[in-house]
Design a binder for this molecule. Structure first.
Ligand code: SAH
Ligand code: MG
Length: 197
């Protein structure tokens, strides 16, 4: 386990130095607690990057299986090497655009942490892969503090992206299938559980 701790520390350092937007330690700890408290054994993750979060969750003893999707080939190859080095055997990596990937299995937890403007598409596509009692977690719902103040943003691209996150939050707050809790760790997590369970 010490080897995995060391690998995780090295990956966090690599991510910081190379501007890979990995989750904060507090977000990782919060999600690992959700895993422990909710009988979660399988995860589908959208957005692997270098497999930092993937390995952090795969190292949780409750996780039998994590599938993670990354479209960027360079990052995917780094992720593959990190997974090899971890010697964990419960990780499956897929190199693909997650908007097109066909996944047939169902999972206890789905983590959405990819292109922030596509949150709604990922959510509506992958909720079909969620077990009946499963949970969907979305990362970066605060987007570095920009969410809620999109009208002040000068850059057109950034403004449009933040607007999409604002619309997505509006959608989450006004749909009937899931109840949503926002957790103020890292860049804000949204935690969605099915209503009427
Ligand atoms: N979960 C990682 C960080 C992911 S960063 C961690 O916390 O360690 C977001 C990643 O999503 C980027 O590497 C980006 O290439 C990937 N991504 C963005 N849109 C995607 C898509 N449509 N399909 C697959 N991967 C995508
Ligand atoms: Mg993130």
């Amino acid at each position: 386990m010490d080897r995995i701790r060391k690998l995780i520390d090295d990956m966090r350092e690599y991510g910081t130095l190379n501007e890979v937007p990995i989750m904060s330690v507090e977000s990782i700890n919060t999600i690992n607690k959700i895993i422990d408290d909710n009988n979660i054994h399988s995860i589908l993750e959208i957005g692997t990057a270098i497999a930092y979060s993937t390995i952090c969750f795969a190292a949780n003893n409750n996780i039998n299986r994590i599938t993670s999707i990354e479209r960027d080939k360079v990052r995917f190859n780094i992720a593959k090497n990190n997974v090899l080095e971890s010697k964990l055997n419960n990780i499956e990596l897929i190199c693909d655009d997650a908007l097109n990937t066909v996944i047939n299995d169902k999972y206890d937890l789905i983590i959405i942490d990819a292109a922030k403007s596509q949150n709604m598409k990922f959510f509506n596509k992958y909720k079909n892969n969620l077990n009946s009692t499963g949970i969907i977690i979305i990362d970066n719902l605060d987007f570095h503090g920009y969410v809620g103040r999109s009208s002040e943003i000068k850059s057109r691209n950034l403004r449009q992206m933040v607007r999409k996150i604002e619309k997505f939050i509006d959608f989450l707050d006004n749909q009937d299938e899931f109840e949503v809790e926002y957790i103020e760790v890292g860049d804000r997590l949204g935690v969605c559980k099915r209503k009427n369970l």
